[in-house]
Design a protein around this ligand. Structure first.
Ligand code: HEM
Length: 391
């Protein structure tokens, strides 16, 4: 898998160099979005593409359509957040009237790949992607009673879609803000570059190499200061009313001075082994916590770090005040008006109760604009134009 990520990262760095040679600024979300799409296409579906250059590839086109359809600005998500009781009406409209336009082309693409893999028979096992891993459950040669339950086509499709939806926006937005923060803090950028020089050679970056890059945990500080997720949930352990949505605004925990002194400052050393060890692990909620923690966390961190190594070996991010703010839809603000908060039963873990009380502290104060969760939604809309140069 790290081989696929290295290939995409090298493409990413090449594309940045092309922009630099043309004297252009780099629109961070565009290049990192292309990169995240390429990594998902290769690691999850075994499709080799360079969407950073070829936006017309059918996989990219279908995936982008689906992503726009399920985006958190979508009208039906806002309606459902405010009025979950309207679920049957929205479901009817989406399936019968609007025909799930975004969903159909993507699911057809994935179903085509599944059929092709099935027609390849045993030789399909040469594919090393996520889709093949879940398809292989069906080919399990163990005795029937020891066999893992094989997944239906719909389930395979559902899992594949979850990977696309979970891995695209989050990873590309994190890379966008990481680059932005490194541009704002040249001394931190140089420390990262020095660590890469000291710890690694020039070639591809392996999983083991990534573990050597301690200071590159600057990624975690980026996730803390400009978190990409709005909330997390632990439905299994909490006693929610049937049908209730659960969102824990993680931003207030990540910005609580009790755990992260001077929270508005960008200080990667907060994530050094010593400092990290002195905090409860639940204070870092960027990937969630507990049984529903992000399943893509390790992949995301590896992907982001490998990308940064390839880019920072060749490219320098330069400080500029020119960050453009694009239009923030009103739906984004509406979304944060409603939170259905859960009531933890007494037997839930202490950590969860702690997170709850931190969240309540936050929820009880401030105007809508000051609320951290609103800030995180606005941040994810920001367009960042990076000023770069050859290193
Ligand atoms: C920086 C990148 C990422 C961040 C910040 C992030 C964050 C999160 C968060 C906060 C959750 C919710 C956890 C909860 O409900 O408690 C989540 C769930 C999830 N993430 Fe990620 N994620 C990232 C990357 C990825 C990637 C690369 C993938 C897939 C390859 C992925 C797949 C998923 C899936 C499938 C879930 C749902 C898990 C479940 O409900 O059991 N994520 N992620």
């Amino acid at each position: 898998m790290d081989g696929h990520i290295n290939t995409c990262s090298a493409q990413l760095a090449d594309n940045m160099i092309k922009a630099i040679n043309k004297g252009e600024r780099i629109e961070a979300k565009k290049v990192y979005g292309g990169f995240a799409m390429d990594v998902i296409a290769r690691t999850a579906f075994g499709i080799e593409l360079n969407s950073q250059e070829d936006l017309n590839h059918p996989f990219v086109r279908d995936a982008k359509l689906l992503l726009s359809f399920v985006s958190s600005d979508a009208w039906y998500r806002v309606v459902l957040m405010a009025m979950p009781c309207l679920m049957p009406v929205v479901k009817f409209l989406l399936t019968k009237v609007f025909q799930l336009q975004g969903w159909t082309p993507f699911s057809q693409t994935v179903l085509r790949i599944i059929q092709q893999r099935k027609s390849e028979g045993k030789s399909a096992q040469k594919h090393t992607d996520f889709l093949q891993m879940i398809l292989d459950y069906e080919d399990n040669e163990k005795p029937e009673n020891e066999r893992l339950k094989s997944l239906s086509e719909d389930e395979v499709l559902g899992q594949a879609t979850a990977i696309l939806l979970g891995g695209y926006e989050t990873t590309s937005t994190t890379l966008k803000f990481l680059s932005y923060n490194l541009a704002l803090h040249p001394e931190i950028q140089e420390k990262v570059v020095q660590e890469i020089k000291d710890q690694l050679g020039d070639g591809d970056v392996t999983y083991e190499d990534v573990a050597k890059l301690k200071y590159l945990d600057v990624v975690n500080e980026t996730l803390r200061i400009k978190q990409t997720g709005l909330g997390n949930s632990d439905n299994e352990r909490c006693d929610n009313p049937k049908g209730a949505g659960v969102l824990i605004p993680i931003a207030n925990v990540l910005n609580d001075p009790e755990y992260f002194p001077e929270p508005d400052k960008f200080i990667p050393e907060r994530f050094s082994d010593e400092t990290k060890g002195s905090r409860s692990p639940i204070t870092f909620l960027s990937f969630g916590f507990g049984p529903r923690i992000c399943i893509g966390m390790r992949l995301a961190l590896m992907e982001i770090k490998i990308a940064m190594v390839h880019v920072l070996r060749r490219v320098k991010f330069i400080k500029t005040d020119d960050v453009q703010h694009s239009f923030v839809p009103i739906t984004r603000f509406l979304q944060v008006v409603i939170f259905v908060y859960y009531d933890c039963p007494d037997d839930s873990s202490k950590e969860l109760q702690r997170a709850e009380s931190l969240s309540m502290k936050f929820l009880g104060s401030g105007s809508l604009r000051e609320r951290e969760d609103t800030r995180s939604l606005v941040w994810s809309q920001q367009k960042v134009l990076l000023q770069t140069d050859l290193r």
